[in-house]
Design a protein around this ligand. Sequence first.
Ligand SMILES: *[C@@H]1O[C@H](CO)[C@@H](O)[C@H](O)[C@H]1NC(C)=O
Ligand SMILES: *[C@@H]1O[C@H](CO)[C@@H](O)[C@H](O)[C@H]1NC(C)=O
Ligand SMILES: *[C@@H]1O[C@H](CO)[C@@H](O)[C@H](O)[C@H]1NC(C)=O
Length: 360
Amino acid sequence: MGRSCRGLDRRRCAVALGFLLCFFSALDAREIESRHDFFSQIYNHTVATILVEYASAVYISDLTELFTWTCSRCNGKIEAFEIVSIIVDVKNCLQAFVGVDKNLNSIVVAFRGTQEHSIQNWIEDLFWKQLDLNYPGMPDAMVHHGFYYAYHNTTLRDGILDGILHAKNLYGDIGIVVTGHSMGGAIASFCALDLAVNYKVKTVQLMTFGQPRIGNEIFSSYFSEHVPHAIRVTNRNDMVPHLPPYYYFFPSKTYHHFPREVWIYDIILGSLVYEAEKICDSSGEDPNCSRSVSGNSLTDHLCYFGVDLEAETWRACNIVLNLDTPNLLTDHNGNFVVYRSDISPFIKSPMENYRSLQSS
Ligand SMILES: *[C@@H]1O[C@H](CO)[C@@H](O)[C@H](O)[C@H]1NC(C)=O
Ligand SMILES: *[C@@H]1O[C@H](CO)[C@@H](O)[C@H](O)[C@H]1NC(C)=O
Ligand SMILES: *[C@@H]1O[C@H](CO)[C@@H](O)[C@H](O)[C@H]1NC(C)=O
């Protein structure tokens, strides 16, 4: 506890879900089903409250604070994190990091959301995103090219793969968890799919917060086949998961979420408001989860589990780097990777990365 989002004055009483469901199960028969799901491996609330802090920390623009893990968001549940590398694509204003969470015993890969002048503009643009790219190797699977290329056609992909290889060399063959918020969640999804499909990583888990839709229904069924351990957490009336729009009367042409959503919502009892979570069905578009309410809140987009999910300040792409011993690798576009001094990263060709991941 102890965290709360700035500018959020709603009072809410969050209680342990298990307790809540036992206590109020008589109110709503559906909750009994969720209780069953909650204790299976589909969704772990504790893990969600840890990963959301990584999705928040990756917004920090002071790379020295991030690299030394001393930033204001780099404490609490994510204190025991060993950073391996930070990857920055300057041209496209993208940022990600790779490291190891010793408590989770997993490699964590986190992607930052948009850091443009105005998140409102970014959200408005989402209305008009087209399904304009065929996902390679998946017949009839369509995605939005912008999110796809943000991962595949920037510094991110090679930087992430390199970081994962180093993490595996340093810490052994442990699992991989990929996370991100908003646009960072969309990029994280393409990363998890890439690891599963192109690098045959069987242990990849994905958990995103407030992510938009990224592809059509055929894409989403491929996605859940390859990345079965995927959770999209949606907070109450967060508008972004409602975008680009879903047209149920136009199933072959519409965007369609991949499963599985976990929806945070309020149970109101008199003057008390309780935070609850619903584990949604395996369709990706459960009508009784976030789709049962209108997506009209920006506030709900920027705060998950009491954790701030936005840049510290909204302005033009901002990168602060002031390392004494710059373990810094740059390319001719000015993009760079900051890496631990006991590793020697180099951007390998995808084929080399492939061999290395296979043998580990
Ligand atoms: C959820 O994850 C935490 C942290 O890894 C673990 O300690 C706990 O046992 C898990 N809970 C369930 C119900 O699996
Ligand atoms: C991929 O990135 C390069 C360099 O930034 C750019 O010139 C090219 O247009 C991009 N490709 C696509 C299909 O967006
Ligand atoms: C889902 O919502 C619909 C109405 O939209 C309702 O008829 C149905 O019973 C609900 N299903 C469950 C499992 O709650």
